[in-house]
Write a protein that binds this ligand. Structure first.
Ligand SMILES: [Zn+2]
Length: 103
């Protein structure tokens, strides 16, 4: 998976199409699902417990990583990235649009 936590991404399909958000969490063990801030919100109804009142809670639900695309921080466009190796041997992602290294 080429996505990382805190990446800015744009949603490509579904009811959240065109929205942007930041990746909060990545579930790589679950065939590439990601949790994105303020995207794919679901409503959870909570039953009242002894100490806390019940109510409606909004919460992000994970969505398929293939439905989002990384947004390059430099050119601010959704981009496919290629992987490159620095002289130090570190593997980095590079924007295909502007060739900026995306850390
Ligand atoms: Zn770029």
């Amino acid at each position: 998976m080429k996505l990382k936590k805190k990446d800015k991404v744009i949603v490509l399909s579904g009811r959240e199409k065109g929205k942007r958000g930041e990746i909060l969490q990545i579930f790589s063990e679950d065939e590439g699902r990601v949790l994105i801030a303020k995207i794919n919100m679901v409503t959870k109804h909570k039953k009242p417990q002894q100490n806390e009142p019940g109510g409606i809670q909004k919460k992000e639900a994970p969505m398929a990583a293939c439905k989002v695309m990384l947004v390059c921080p430099k050119c601010d466009k959704p981009t496919r990235v290629k992987l490159d190796k620095l002289a130090t041997g570190e593997r980095v992602r590079v924007c295909r649009g502007c060739s900026e290294v995306i850390l």
